[in-house]
Design a protein around this ligand. Structure first.
Ligand code: SAM
Length: 803
């Protein structure tokens, strides 16, 4: 198999279903197989049929009649729907039932302010859920609430969903929500919809919500919040013809979307007369398909399954092999000529270009989706490296207290950027050293380098390379406290480094420096270390480097890295939060007090850089962008702020004061704030940052990143970054670090135009280091700043990093 095929095989699979809102035929096993022969993976079916619908309408009508015939003060009991009859449903338990996506009735109105309509709707819904569960159905799609009834209606609907999750204890419930309620296709006049039979006194009752672009998302937020982020509850998202703002797209992307519903109206027709999707549709679908649980696609009302009534018809399997013209983009719906862009129904009437023989595709929409599947954007380095780790929570490494395994080092060493950048930094530092005519700590003019925390030695190799490439002689020491890695370092010294390196097995803080012939200890000119964690200082780089600074040449000595900064931004991530909730109730009650290392994937930034937010109406995807080249990062640039900085070496006076405090002498002060002598208190940090929130949302925690200056000299600075705003410019394709996530035990609802204030502390008691974090939400009304909510003060003290 060639490598192209190899990588194509690793691309996500698209599972595509065929859905008819009014399917004429019951879905038999034969029909399922027939659809599979065409290339569909699944079919949908309603749980009940028109017979049942008619029965309920008749019951409503006779009830209304009875009420109007009854004497004025007589109260009649609410109408009761008799149990389902065999003629009421096309479903029956069968071998193929688990392959069907079932739909509850769309003609009910669970959120109705009319108690009779609500009562009937609830009965229909409960009967359907119970029967589907009985039949062994796995997937049930529930049409979302009518938003016209306002907030009260949404909570009624949400309550019914919560009930259904306990009735059908194995069923996955997908609530069908429009991506953008303001761009919803006009509700088709459904004469049988119970909502039409609302009594006049209830019309307009229940404060209608001010429905803005985020209206449907807001309703979904109520539904999943009331069900406590239930793991069997997700969204079936209906994609509109014209896509909403990038902010709303990004929000839906962060939700548990398990079905993407593509009605016929979401397709455009290109110059060739073929059904295609706009660039924003393509981009959104491609992004969603990269999620750890990628959604299924439903093609809705694109016509019945072809060939069902025509056994003679020659069918072809939709492989996605389309000519470039057939799959070419259409004039997008965002084009000013939108009105001339035909709807699919209109397009059917467009004469095909004469002269060319047209290929009659029985399933053109499906063929196009398969084409997208074949032409997905190539994977980024990070995606190739991190595949399978998306949103997977890992406890941060503690390389100081734990001894890493060889395989962990091996993973670091695959980084295509980090080590190359270190080599550049060392080379530039050596060149500056010589150019500035600085004296060295050796007796022969060689610059003395110590790689402190050498691991299996990749930075040692890079330091030797830098010496060779610059022609500047060095003397190299490799310091490592992991006894197992020490063995490997010795082997490398014999086999790769020709014995040029002095290997010392010790904690760097206990190392006295290079031993001189007279038995005394010399100094080091450059300390090279990589002790950084996802939040810069969380693997105790500051404490380790303070502890080894005594060996550094006091006059000229430098540290690579010379500084590092921690960064953060508030995010919404329902997926990770619900994962933490179940952990906190099962395996780890402190799950919300741990900063987790995680390859953040299904999340949304809550605070966007003002320039990026302002320009979001302009299409971010160039018109001529090839599918395979599309970038699938978050489309908006977040507002990421710096929490604090550490730099090395420290001024000697700071270390001198720390030494005075250690041991608790009177002259060393009154002890630490949080215990101990306070000898590490110079590494205490605090920050309070304010983040503007543009759109309403829910904050589930803080995403943390870091930047580091390895070396800044005469040739500029060599930097690494995991900060999404700067990583592309500073160290694109670096894969060694995933972000860190500081969770909130109780998610904070944030209105549009509000502000989140984040307080973060790096605490220490001389024995360990931990973080504390607090989030507050504010809104300004009539020039008064009002606090809306405040989180718990979270603390990782019980899981702190031991010094
Ligand atoms: C993140 S790993 C980096 C390893 C290697 N430099 C690399 O880039 O692949 C950090 C290394 O520092 C070592 N280390 C951490 N604290 C140390 C200390 N106080 N003294 C000596 N080694 C230490 C760990 O055992 C580990 O091997």
């Amino acid at each position: 198999m060639d490598s192209e095929n190899d990588s194509a095989e690793l691309m996500p699979m698209f599972y595509v279903g065929h859905h008819e809102t009014k399917r004429a035929l019951p879905v038999s096993t034969q029909l399922v197989h027939h659809a599979q022969d065409l290339g569909y993976d699944m079919l949908t079916t309603p749980i009940t049929n028109a017979h049942f619908h008619t029965r309920v309408l008749a019951l409503l009508s006779s009830y209304r009649q009875a009420v109007s015939d009854a004497p004025p003060k007589q109260i009649l009991p609410l109408p009761l729907i008799a149990a389902l009859d065999a003629v009421d449903t096309p479903l029956t338990p069968s071998d193929t039932i688990s392959q069907l996506v079932t739909f509850t009735s769309s003609w009910i109105d669970l959120a109705s302010p009319d108690p009779v309509i609500a009562h009937l709707s609830r009965q229909v819904f409960n009967l359907e859920i119970a029967y589907a569960a009985f039949c062994g159905v796995v997937t049930v799609v529930v049409p979302g609430p009518a938003l016209t009834h306002g907030a009260n209606g949404v909570s009624q609907f949400a309550r019914a969903i919560k009930e259904a999750l306990s009735t059908g204890s194995y069923i996955q419930l997908h609530v069908m929500m429009p991506m953008d309620v303001t761009k919803c296709a006009e509700e088709k006049e459904d004469l049988g919809n119970l909502a039409r039979f609302i009594q006049p006194e209830f019309v307009g009752q229940g404060q209608a919500m001010d429905i803005d672009e985020f209206g449907a998302w807001d309703a979904w937020n109520v539904i999943r919040t009331m069900s406590r982020y239930h793991s069997r509850l997700s969204v079936a998202l209906e994609l509109p013809r014209r896509f909403p703002s990038l902010a709303l797209q990004a929000r839906w992307y962060s939700e548990p979307v398990r079905l993407l519903n593509l009605p016929a109206s979401s397709f455009l027709v290109n110059a060739r007369g073929s059904f295609v999707l706009s660039k924003p549709h393509q981009h959104f679908i491609f992004r969603c398909m990269r999620l750890r649980s990628s959604p299924w696609l439903l093609l809705t009302d694109i016509g019945p399954i072809p060939g069902v009534n025509d056994p003679e018809m020659i069918m072809s399997y939709s492989t996605g092999h389309l000519s470039p013209e057939t799959a070419a983009d259409a004039l997008g719906p965002e084009s000013p000529t939108i009105s001339t862009s035909p709807t699919p129904a209109e397009a059917v009437k467009i004469p095909k270009k004469s002269g060319k023989k047209t290929y009659d595709d029985p399933a053109p929409h499906l063929s196009y989706i398969r084409y997208l599947q074949r032409n997905q954007p190539i994977k980024s380095t990070l995606e190739r490296f991190g595949g399978g780790f998306q949103d997977y929570l890992q406890s941060p490494l503690q390389p100081l207290t734990d001894n890493l395994e060889s395989i962990t080092y091996e993973v670091f060493e695959k980084d295509p950027i980090k080590y190359a950048w270190y080599e550049r930094a060392v080379a530039q530092a050596l060149q500056d050293w010589v150019a500035q005519k600085k004296s060295t700590s050796s007796d022969n003019g060689a610059v003395v380098i110590a790689v402190t925390g050498a691991g299996r030695g990749p930075l040692v190799t890079r330091a030797l390379n830098a010496s060779e490439s610059t022609g500047i002689p060095v003397r190299v020491f490799a310091i490592e406290k992991n006894p197992n890695a020490y063995v490997l370092l010795q082997r490398h010294n014999m086999e790769e480094w020709s014995g040029r390196v002095t290997i010392v097995k010790t904690d760097m803080r206990a190392w006295k420096g290079p031993m001189l012939p007279d038995g005394s200890y010399g100094k080091v000119d450059i300390i090279v270390s990589e002790l950084l964690g996802s939040f810069a200082d969380n693997e105790l780089s500051p404490e380790c480097l303070d502890g080894v600074q005594h060996v550094l040449n006091p006059e000229h000595g430098i540290s690579i890295p010379s500084s590092y900064t921690a960064h953060m931004t508030p995010i919404s991530t329902p997926r990770i939060w619900s994962d933490l909730l179940s952990r906190s109730t099962t395996i780890d009650s402190s799950a919300f007090d741990i900063p987790w290392v995680v390859m953040l994937s299904q999340f949304d930034y809550l605070s966007i850089s003002s320039a990026s937010y302002a320009s979001q109406s302009q299409s971010q995807i160039p018109k001529d962008a090839k599918m395979s080249q599309m970038k699938l990062d978050s489309p908006l640039i977040p507002n990421v702020q710096t929490a604090w900085e550490f730099s090395h070496p420290l001024p000697p006076s700071v270390l001198a004061q720390s030494a005075l405090r250690r041991g608790g002498s009177a002259i060393g002060g009154g002890g630490g704030f949080t215990g101990g002598d306070g000898a590490n208190e110079h590494n205490f940090r605090f920050c309070k940052l304010a983040f503007p929130i543009q759109d309403q949302g829910v904050c589930h925690g803080l995403a943390g990143y870091f930047e580091t200056v390895l070396y800044a000299g005469s040739q500029g600075s060599v930097e690494l970054s995991t900060n999404p705003v700067t990583m592309e410019e500073k160290s694109q394709d670096m894969i060694s670090w995933f972000p860190i996530f500081f969770p909130l035990k109780t998610p904070i609802q944030v209105p549009a135009g509000s502000e989140l204030e984040i307080s973060m502390w790096r605490q220490t008691d001389d024995r360990k280091v931990w973080y504390e974090w607090l989030v507050e939400s504010f809104v300004t009304v009539n020039n008064r700043r009002l606090r809306l909510s405040i989180s718990d003060l979270h603390s990782s003290k019980s899981n702190g990093c031991l010094m």
